[in-house]
Design a protein around this ligand. Structure first.
Ligand SMILES: [Zn+2]
Ligand SMILES: [Zn+2]
Length: 241
């Protein structure tokens, strides 16, 4: 993503609810998965990469399940992955058991470590590449945080105003932003706004808790009604969904 495009994305995400970094990161992950689904059936390089990572991680497999229009592509990929898995398990089973002589096997049993051959087999079945969508998301997160820090350090009036009015960052992205920031004034601004947002959320949680007291049960719910969910997302860095 070019820098002007990132600047625009950041501005758009800052006016929406929740952590803007989570939002842009998740959107980038979904866009990447969509491109991957489109390419993988015809592109041997993409298929090779997905074989090295054993497809995608659990979180991105959940995302893939939403792409029902690409069910055939997913079936083709997973059939190939299962084919590779079956062949590898057969190979490693033979090699693993052969290399483990009865003498060694008995020794391992005495050592209460009979899984040693299995551990060796498991190592062969490990992925050699990380989930490609996670890799893209990590890159996007770094780029967005760099852009936010840069604009806050520059006192960009639009980003500064939008960030001040935004929901703030989630806790993991706030810590990451701090670790990447260098400009003291930018760090102060980043932290001051974040403190305001966290204090406001804490007040909402207190109100949520207060209204569960039997003495105030009749009071109508306000904006604090979903604060417990927002606090889960804020503290965990739960990508918006
Ligand atoms: Zn976040
Ligand atoms: Zn992933």
């Amino acid at each position: 993503m070019s820098l002007p495009a990132l600047y625009i994305k950041l501005k758009e995400a800052l006016v929406k609810p929740g952590c803007p970094v989570c939002r842009i990161t998740r959107e980038a992950g979904i866009r990447y998965l969509e491109g991957l689904l489109y390419e993988m059936v015809n592109d041997p390089g993409t298929r090779e990469m997905l074989e090295a990572s054993w497809g995608v991680c659990q979180a991105h497999a959940r995302e893939l399940a939403n792409f029902t229009q690409y069910s055939l592509g997913i079936a083709i990929l997973n059939e190939a992955l299962l084919d590779k898995a079956i062949k590898l398990v057969r190979q490693t089973l033979n090699i693993g058991l052969e290399s483990c002589s009865p003498l060694i096997h008995n020794f391992l049993l005495r050592k209460r470590n009979p899984a040693s051959a299995g551990t060796r087999m498991a190592a062969v079945l490990e992925s050699t590449q990380p989930c490609p969508a996670c890799r893209i998301e990590a890159e996007t997160t770094g780029n967005v945080l760099h852009e936010l820090n840069f604009q806050l350090a520059q006192r960009d009036p639009q980003i500064t105003a939008l960030y001040s009015k935004s929901s703030g960052l989630c806790w993991p992205h706030f810590r990451r932003a701090l670790s990447l920031a260098e400009d003291p004034a930018g760090i102060r601004l980043l932290a001051q706004v974040q403190l305001e947002k966290m204090a406001a959320l804490q007040s909402e949680l207190k109100e949520f808790i207060r209204k569960h007291d039997y003495r105030y049960l009749g009071e109508p719910w306000g904006g604090e009604k979903d604060s417990w969910i927002r606090s889960l997302k804020m503290l965990s860095g739960w990508l918006l969904g």
